[in-house]
Design a protein around this ligand. Structure first.
Ligand SMILES: O=C(O)[C@H](O)[C@@H](O)[C@H](O)[C@H](O)COP(=O)(O)O
Length: 250
């Protein structure tokens, strides 16, 4: 069952990135205070706004209220390219966070890269096995202008497969993605929707239609079919929030 939905609208993209970083610090620290004996499970997203938020978290560094040694970082999707490719979603996050925070390999769960040995299908299966039944405390999701989340695209086989994913295939290979590069690995709606909290991170007027569709329950867009079991939080700038019905914002 979907939990409550909340909206935090900020003037511009920089303010949204600040808010994502601040909200993450607060919520992770809260979870750690409540349950000190376990790792807090976070799924990261690629995208410009999330990257700015990671840089902000890194800048907070030692003054952060979060015990980063007790956080597990996952990725919601990845471009199936070489490990050192700038095209990978994890590169920006790792470049910002790892030098600044006490994160070691035990905290990091990047998706497999195309090393010329592992196939796309094997990579998706391997990540699914690593993930197992993990339910994210927070699953961050960027949103494309078409309403895609992770690497699940509208009017594309990935969406149907994502909605129908079985427990033993929580992570899927994606081919012919409409946004390059064409080969990708993605968590499915099964995984997204078992997260306690799903946080959408969105900025820019080109996202306004997609946001409007998603928040009014349009199940034809991947973002509209994604929600947290406890909370779905939209972190947006005013331009991206332009088509959210006023009564939802109040
Ligand atoms: O794998 C990708 O191609 C990106 O990660 C992509 O899915 C991104 O998350 C959204 O398009 C939002 O990106 P922006 O925040 O940059 O608009």
């Amino acid at each position: 069952m979907p939990g409550r939905t909340e909206y935090l609208v900020h003037p511009d993209a920089d303010a949204v990135a600040e808010a994502i970083a601040e909200q993450l610090s607060i919520r992770i620290a809260q979870l750690q205070a409540e349950q000190p004996d376990r790792l807090v499970q976070i799924a990261l997203t690629g995208g410009r706004i999330a990257t700015k938020a990671y840089q902000r978290l890194a800048a907070d560094g030692p003054s952060s209220p979060v015990d980063w040694t007790k956080v597990a970082l996952w990725w919601g999707d990845e471009r199936f390219v070489a490990a050192d490719s700038d095209d990978r979603n994890d590169q920006a996050a790792l470049a910002a966070l790892v030098p600044a925070l006490p994160l070691t390999d035990t905290n990091l769960n990047p998706m497999p890269a195309d090393d010329g040995q592992i196939s796309l299908d094997e990579a998706a299966l391997a990540y699914g096995a690593e993930l197992g039944n993990t339910a994210f405390d927070i699953c961050l999701l960027g949103v494309g202008p078409d309403g895609h989340v992770a690497s699940v695209f509208p009017d594309h086989p990935s969406f149907e497969v994502s909605l129908q994913a079985e427990a033993d295939t929580p992570v899927i290979p994606v081919r012919d993605a409409p946004k390059p590069p064409p080969l990708r690995i993605s968590i499915t709606h099964r995984v997204i929707n078992r997260s306690a909290e799903v946080w959408f991170t969105v900025s820019g007027s080109d996202k306004a239609d997609a946001v409007g569709w998603a928040v009014t329950g349009n199940k034809q867009v991947p973002a509209g079919a994604a929600h947290g079991t406890e909370r779905t939080l939209w972190l947006l700038d005013e331009a991206a929030a332009a088509r959210i019905p006023v009564d939802l914002l109040n």
